[in-house]
Design a protein around this ligand. Sequence first.
Ligand code: SF4
Length: 232
Amino acid sequence: MVEIKGLEKFAPLDFPGFISATVFLGGCNFRCPFCHNADLVLRPEALDTIPLDYFITFLESRRDWLEGICVSGGEPLIWDDLEVLLRLIKDRDMLVKLDTNGSRPDRLADLIGSQLVDYIAMDVKAPLHKYKQVTRSDVSEEDIARSVEIVRKCELPYTFRTTVVPGLVGEKDLLEIAQMLHRAKRFQLQQFSRRNTVDKIFAQVDPYPEETINRLAELVKPYFDEVRVEGI
Ligand code: SF4
């Protein structure tokens, strides 16, 4: 059964335009060294699981004013029964925002087709040729490309997101990503956080200065309808 490892009962920034909360599911099929959710990714079994009954009671108690739930991770799509969780939310007339790393395009398409998702935030970790290196996983680049097209072509609002990390994902990579996503509606450039990283070496890496992040955002603006910066 899908395991909820964290619940942020009020997460005003996570679901653009809606009063929302966020659930964090344990486990991920990537090992991005800069990931700041090390416990969720590497040691989910060491974290308490929030009982589904508790989550249902939470949804019921907030039904009158909570508009949406952000389902995040880890990677939510690794859970085969994710639909169960999403239906609990949708049955209470709340919207679902799904955060995903894009590695499971068929699952993503199924959830969209079943109308269980209302907003998609897909991380684009690197240019396709660097994906295995940046995610330290055996990801299929073809699957990532398919997810990009699924998100781009679906009728739902969406955001593609990239975290820039000195020494790993820099300006050249960002431009390649922007070219791949060219004409996508929304792109979010994310500052790297060195708290609780999957690879402890990245706790020593200084994030790009704010002016660099802003310059990179300007650089990719021509490729998208809208570019946002997060984390500075
Ligand atoms: S940053 Fe990478 S390792 Fe961390 S949750 Fe996202 S996809 Fe998984």
